[in-house]
Structure formats: C-alpha cells, structure tokens
Design a binder for this molecule. Structure first.
Ligand code: EPU
Length: 450
C-alpha cells in the first residue's frame, strides 16, 4: 500500500488544473446502459472509481475503450453489445457504492435488474430506500434476495411515469435522483420528481440524457419534469469539471498561505465554499474572460491566519459535505473558534482524531465539531479510511511543521488524480512511497485501527 510523506511548511505557488468530475462521470457512464448506440464521454478522470465502474458495466455487456483526451484526461467510448445481463455483483458493488446508479438504467432498458445492496461505509449508513421508493413509484416491483435488490418492470416491460417526492431525513438524494431520472427517461408518460437533488452532477446527467433524446426539464432545481420517450440514442458529452477537487486545491493554496491558480475551476458550482473562504480572509480572484464560471481560472491567495467560521453542510447550493473535512483542516489554524455541523452525513468525522494527532484542538459531539484554532499543526503519521478525510490530512500535512506520513492513500486515489505530483509541481515537498518503507511509522499509526 502507498503512503504520502510530506514535509510541511512550503507555501504553494503555481497552477493546477481541475479534472473532470468523478461524481458526474459515474452516473454518465451508467447512462450508456440506456441505449445500444455509442456514448462518448470527454474529460473523464483517470481514477480508481472510474476503473471499477468500467469493470461493472463491462460485465453488463457494455464495452468501453479509452483514448487520451485533452489535458491528460480520458475520452471514454461506451457501447452496449449484449443486453442480456442485468446483475451487478457484490464483488464490485462493495468496492464502490456508486455502483447503485446502474439500477435505474438497467431496469428501464432491460426490464429487470439485480444489484447487490451496498453496505454501510466509513462515512455512515448510506441507505438506498429513496432510490427504491422512487423506482417503485414508477411501477417497478422490488424485493430483496440474498442481499441483492431485485427489481422488475411491470408487465409489458415499461415503467410508468408518476409524481414522486424524493426528499429524505437528510434532504434529497443525488444518486437516487440520478437513478429515478434515468429510469423515467424511458418510462411511459410524464414523471415529476419533487425534492430532487440540485447538485450540478444531476444537471450534467440530464444534459447527456437530453442529448440522447430524452425530454427532461428543470434538472438542477428541486423539481424535475421528464416526458418519457421510447428509445434513446448515442451522444457525445464533455464531463463538467470536478468542483470538489477544485475546492480542495483552493483550500491547499489557502492553508499553505500561498498563491496558486486553479484552472478549469467551476466557481459557479462552488458558491458556498467561495463565500466561506472570502469571509475568513482568503482572497479569490476569478480571471476575466478565462472561460465561463464553469471553467474559470481562479487565483487563491492567503497571507496569514484565517478568521474562524460557522459552517453547516447542506445539499447544493449549500456548503458541500465533500469539502467539510478539507475546510476543517484549514480552520484548525484559524485565529479563534469555529463550529462545523455535518447535516448530510452526521458521522463523517474520521479526520477528527487524526487531525488531533497533529495538534488540532477539536471537540466533537454528535454532528458538530468545535475547532479551537491553534498557531500551528505538527507533522505525525496519520491515516483515514475515507476519501475526503484523507484529503484533509494531506492539506494539514502541507501546513504542518515537520514530517507527516499519510497512510493508505488508496482512498485518496479514488477521487484525486496524481495529487502528489500536482502539489509537488506547486512547490510542496510530498512524495509517494510504499508503506513498507515506513515500517516503524506505519505500524505505530495502524495500531488498534482495524
Ligand atoms: N439517503 C437516504 N436514503 C437514500 C439515499 C440517501 O436516507 O435512499 C441519505 C444519505 O444517507 C445521506 C443523504 O441522504 O444522509 C444524502 O445522500 P445522497 O444519496 O445524496 O448521497 P449519494 O448520492 O450516495 C453522492 C456523492 C457523495 C456525496 C453525496 C452528497 C457520488 C458518487 N457520491 O452520494 O460523494 O457526499 O452525494 O453530496 O456522487 C465523495 O465524493 O466523497 C462522496 C461521498
């Protein structure tokens, strides 16, 4: 297993480019199951989760080929050649919860689907009841068999449009909205999804579905209206830039008190995070004319301690849960006390004990963490079992005095492409090593961890 070794304290300077969005790409890839014509996705990031999704849809009879795309990204071509399979096995689903997004497309196009029920994960329980409720409202019969969700279209093979409320106790569901919207695209009649997720990734999925011949209005708002069509065709589409990757690099610039430019930055999708950063004293300059608000060049600059803040994570356009851990690392060194409340995944605090190992002063109770700003963090061996928590530890390591070893960076590799190379290009002292090379350190950090 790989680890990052970071010698902290370097101010970052230079440029970094955000890649295509991981969380947009996964449901876009699943949308290829809705047609037997080719679907071509430009700007797909080269990440472990994308490779897993390819493996899954390949098993479902959808072949994929890749070619180099612009800026080191991938042009992914997908085409279904065999539509007889409809099972997503536990072996693959357990490696990636987002596998659930094949459920809607399989059910709508093939009339049936068997998808292993995703289990809990490091950031919380993550049920799929809303996905199932939405698909049932479209007429699907759904049961559970040996840990698999088994879904069947009604007799006649076609789902039927319906009015569906998709809100849950923690707000709307992103992949649930993607599943129901994809399925409704091929249903008979009109579907209205109320309390739909407004995340940009949902709007991006609607864009490709419409290019494939679907009739979807309102995606990106809480009310989506879908006129079902009989068939969808192929399409070519460029994936939106990754707002969470871009936001993580903006925070990297701020936490190291550096000055960097994040290119291909979807600043319009980062309104809440940008507002927060500016409010605590981080300067953001969006270059005039350098792409629209979805692909802007944003220069971040921070010259001293940030001010404290109160943050509550919320569904889009509120402050994203996927940046909560990273911004906590920044606030650890704020000039005062901050309060962070997690409203999407109330247990998503795996980074808290690890940041504490680096000298952060954190008080965690229920869904809230009080962060008392300290003057400095101190390097330490740390480990987190979730993607964004790992990113937070890398950021903390960049700012800390001395050496930090972030273990098990395979979590990070699921969502950040060659992060260490990009940070090193901006002056960070960071390298990827085999954990075995850190034998003493790794054993210490892992003790009692599993
Ligand atoms: N929820 C339910 N029932 C459901 C579905 C969700 O109660 O049927 C709850 C969840 O437990 C959570 C809330 O609703 O409390 C929101 O979950 P959501 O369904 O929106 O999450 P998701 O679609 O499974 C996506 C991203 C996550 C991101 C969340 C929230 C992908 C592949 N994943 O997950 O990304 O945190 O939306 O924005 O798109 C990440 O990238 O690190 C990540 C975890």
């Amino acid at each position: 297993m790989d680890a990052f070794v970071i010698h902290g304290g370097e101010r970052l300077s230079g440029r970094v480019r955000a890649g295509g969005s991981k969380n947009a790409s996964l449901p876009l890839m699943a949308a290829a199951l809705l047609t037997d014509e080719p679907v071509v996705l430009e700007g797909v990031p080269r990440l472990a989760d994308i490779a897993n999704m390819r493996r899954l849809i390949d098993e479902l009879g959808c072949g994929t080929t890749d070619e180099p795309g612009a800026h080191g990204s991938m042009r992914l071509s997908l085409r279904c050649h065999d539509e007889s399979a409809s099972t997503a096995r536990y072996d693959i689903v357990r490696t990636m919860r987002a596998s659930i997004c094949v459920l809607g497309p399989l059910l709508a196009r093939r009339g049936q689907a068997r998808v292993s029920m995703p289990g809990g994960c490091a950031i919380g329980d993550r049920p799929v009841d809303l996905h199932l409720r939405g698909l049932r409202a479209l007429g699907a019969q759904i049961s559970l068999d040996s840990g698999d969700v088994v879904a069947r279209a009604p007799r006649g093979g076609r789902l039927k449009g319906a009015r569906i409320f998709l809100g849950g106790p923690f707000g709307p569901t992103v992949l649930g909205t993607a599943n129901v919207m994809s399925a409704a695209a091929l249903a008979e009649g009109e579907t209205i999804i109320e309390s739909a997720a407004c995340e940009p990734e949902v709007a991006d999925l609607a864009t490709i579905l419409n290019a494939m011949g679907a009739r979807i209005r309102g995606a990106g708002s809480p009310r989506i209206v879908i006129e079902g069509v009989r068939e969808l065709r192929g399409a070519r589409h460029t994936v939106i830039p990754d707002r969470i990757e871009a936001g993580t690099y903006l925070i990297a610039g701020a936490i190291t008190r550096g000055r960097i430019t994040v290119e291909n930055c979807p600043i319009d999708h980062l309104m809440a995070a940008a507002d927060l950063l500016e409010g605590i004293g981080v300067r953001l300059d969006v270059a005039e004319g350098a792409g629209d608000g979805l692909r802007a060049s944003v220069t971040v600059e921070c010259s001293g301690r940030v001010k404290p803040a109160q943050i509550t994570t919320q569904p889009h356009p509120g402050f994203p849960t996927d940046l909560q851990a990273q911004v906590m690392a920044l606030l650890c060194m704020a000039d005062g006390n901050s309060v962070i409340t997690e409203r999407i995944y109330p247990q998503r605090f795996l980074h808290v004990p690890e940041l504490a190992r680096m000298g952060a002063a954190l008080f965690h109770q229920g869904p809230t963490v009080v962060v008392s700003g300290v003057r400095e963090l101190v390097g330490a061996p740390v480990m987190a079992s979730d993607l964004r928590a790992s990113a937070s530890l890398v950021l903390a390591g960049l700012a800390a005095r001395g050496k930090t070893a972030v273990l098990r960076v395979y979590h990070l590799d699921r969502g950040y492409e060659r992060m260490e190379e990009r940070l090193a290009a901006m002056g960070a002292r960071i390298e990827r090593v085999d954990e075995k090379e850190l034998a003493g350190v790794a054993a210490g950090a892992a003790a009692g961890g599993e």
